[in-house]
Design a protein around this ligand. Sequence first.
Ligand code: AMP
Length: 216
Amino acid sequence: MNIILLGPPGAGKGTQARRLVEDRGMVQLSTGDMLRAARSSGTEMGRRVAAIMDAGELVTDEIVIGLIEEQLQTSRGGGFIFDGFPRTLGQADALGDLLAANGAMLDAVIEMQVDDAALVARIVARSTCGDCGEVYNDQTKPIPADGRCTNCGGATFNRRADDNADALTTRLMEYYKKTSPLLGYYYAKGDLVSVDGLGEIETVAGAIAEALAARS
Ligand code: AMP
């Protein structure tokens, strides 16, 4: 199956994508992760997008479509999870074309619904394991006292440069202006399924599994 996880920053797309990778052998394609990797490896493109990402704005369609195109040509597995892509109508059209050109199709678009107050609370308290990406929260799931990741034992934890109140306001605004129209776009195509993203990780994972079972 090929699916999109759609939702505002902090909705839990990355967390649920990692679950689907573990449970179903799917391949997670996160344009945010790809862009962060380009930044830390110091590529020309990474340097160009750094300031845009830190401000919470969207990078150009051309760049992210290029990243996805490359991955679709090289990655193999039990279907793709598009995480944080598409984020504009132009990207959504391009994804449809790229999948069709590869003889593939989209099976479902899962909207993860979380209200804005919860998003802000989640994001400003968020840190992740530098090795496996496990997500921690200062209030609800603090980094263990021994300083070791509960998932992989790693000892490095990162806070994202754009996980601050200023950048978050811009990221939310970008979501509502440019990404939320995709809800109507995929609804009209009959691909949209909405799940409540506010519950426990297990509960949300269960709702996603149910939604996928109904579509397979
Ligand atoms: P994320 O990790 O998905 O929250 O993405 C972090 C940042 O990377 C975003 O705030 C954007 O600056 C950039 N980014 C990630 N994916 C996209 C995309 N599909 N289109 C444009 N910009 C993106």
